[in-house]
Design a protein around this ligand. Structure first.
Ligand code: ATR
Length: 476
């Protein structure tokens, strides 16, 4: 196996391959980094360092397989070009970076024209995952999976039942697409945890350490997940300098690298309402609008707010209701993410199996959670499931969650605390359930100002009302 690019992710992945008994050829544009890598980790396994890309390619066993771990964008294109020049027919180039799936589609086509196999593989789990077992989402041609599969299975994370968290997602850009949506779901998952924290902290007035204990307890139940677990750790951390909870001294402006944004942009193009992910991306953007927030603080009328004591709910009951609102909103965000995967798969002809995605996210990746086991079962039971929310198990869960969820949205509103994903997810849910939507009014407006026509509930055809004439209806 070859690894190009020995920054953090690349070196950890190279070490992971070596730890599993593979001989690993390594190359980095700047040779000093290769030398440093060998000096620090050379004794962890069999490494073959090279100073040039030609020597690196020549050191690989055929069919050659090299994974690129450099910056997404131009750097990745440059390295693909160099590898393709030095390689021969049938060799496999893998891009393990966070590339945009449309770039992957283009690269796969360019490489296929040169008889090179190209595999865009989403890799999740951060530095730790790359070293000890990531969740891997490879796309590309099925034939490449034949030779690559066993190698990737050997280094991937393993779910509790021993299944490696990797599978062939689908052709060309499918792997990077699924990785993109995974990251989008991650944004929503982090935001709902944040909203729960906000309500417990500034609604119920709990201290970060108390909330950490609540999250630790939640982590042993249905919400059990890596993100809940690490949130408890973050909340328990005390700042050495000030003695305050660390969370109180961290600037509340969330950063982003762009994969959440990509997920939402693509959802807009596909016409899939991923409201949870969208609100999560916007919430990060709003948090970072520091000037606007400073101008608004104390200057926007709040109306008549209630205090926690006025809500008529005791602390334990409130905590439990917040847990349920978090669970329900998370469920909506995942349902929407899976809708986007299904829509992307249909649009690009990938044949992605949604249940398999839940299966390979069970370990190694950031959104790993107990809950994914249930999602896998839901799609195993019914691969044609219209929405995850309609799966019998999740449906019965929702029966138990929905009243508390409504209460929490009311509490947040009464307390004047923002809960964009809790709130919009409930609106999404009620929209899905609704027998009639105001879209009928919108169709009427569109027909009025632009003669855009409408359909009727009681007969076939397309109609237009002569709004500026005698207001009779004509068939369009
Ligand atoms: P990290 O965020 O972990 O530092 P990154 O920025 O995604 O990683 O990628 C950095 C890697 O991309 C490095 O291996 C870098 O090579 P150098 O050590 O020579 O800088 C590599 N890289 C960036 N641009 C490159 C290019 N045009 N050609 C080849 N490698 C490149």
């Amino acid at each position: 196996m070859g690894v190009v690019g020995l920054a953090v992710m690349g070196s950890n992945l190279a070490r992971n391959f070596a730890h599993h008994g593979h001989t690993v050829a390594v190359y980095n544009r700047t040779t000093a980094k290769t030398e440093k890598f060998i000096a620090e980790h050379g004794d962890e396994g069999e490494f073959v360092p090279s100073e040039t890309i030609e020597k690196f390619v020549a050191s690989l066993e055929r069919p050659r397989r090299a994974i690129i771990m450099v910056q997404a964008g131009k750097a990745t294109d440059a390295v693909i070009g160099q590898l393709a020049d030095a390689m021969e027919d049938g060799d496999v180039i893998i891009d393990g970076g966070n590339s945009l799936f449309t770039d992957t589609i283009r690269r796969e086509r360019e490489m296929a024209a040169r008889n090179r196999h190209f595999v865009g593989a989403g890799i999740s789990g951060g530095e730790e995952g790359a070293l000890n077992g990531p969740s891997i989402m490879p796309g590309g041609p099925k034939e490449s999976w034949e030779s690559l599969g066993p190698l990737l299975e050997s280094i991937a994370a393993r779910a509790e039942d021993g299944t490696p968290c990797v599978t062939h997602v689908g052709p060309d850009g499918a792997g990077h697409f699924v990785k993109m949506v995974h990251n989008g779901i991650e944004y929503a998952d982090m935001q709902v945890i944040g909203e729960a924290y906000q309500l417990l902290r500034f609604g119920a007035g709990l201290e970060p350490a108390e909330i950490a204990d609540i999250f630790t307890e939640w982590n042993s139940g249905k919400l059990g997940s890596y993100l809940i677990e690490i949130t408890a750790e973050v909340l328990r951390q005390v700042d050495a300098e000030t003695g305050k909870p660390l969370v109180d001294v961290i600037l509340d402006a969330a950063g982003q690298k762009g994969t959440g944004r990509w997920t939402v942009k693509e959802a807009l193009d596909l016409g899939i309402p991923t409201t949870g992910i969208g609100e999560a991306v916007f919430a990060r953007a709003l948090s970072s609008s520091l000037d606007q927030r400073a101008a608004a603080q104390g200057n926007l009328p709040a109306g008549t707010l209630k205090s926690f004591g006025d809500l008529g709910v005791d602390r334990d009951e409130f905590v439990e209701k917040v847990r349920k609102a978090l669970y329900a909103s998370k469920l909506v965000a995942y349902a929407q993410g899976f809708d986007e995967i299904k829509a992307g798969s249909a649009e690009y002809g990938w044949g992605v199996n949604p249940g398999d995605m839940a299966m390979i996210w069970r370990a190694g990746c950031i959104i790993r959670a107990v809950f994914l086991e249930r999602i896998k079962e839901a799609y195993d039971n019914n691969p044609e499931l219209t929405s995850l929310l309609l799966d019998p198990y999740f449906n019965s869960e929702l029966t138990d969650l929905v009243d508390a969820w409504r209460d929490v949205v009311v509490y947040a509103t009464r307390l004047g605390l923002p809960a964009p994903v809790f709130t919009s997810s409930l609106s999404y849910y009620d929209s899905l359930r609704a027998e009639r939507l105001p879209a009928a009014v919108i169709q009427g407006q569109r027909d009025f100002f632009g003669a855009h026509t409408y359909q009727r509930v009681d007969k076939e055809g397309t109609f237009h009302t002569l709004w500026s004439g005698d207001r009779s209806e004509v068939e369009a």
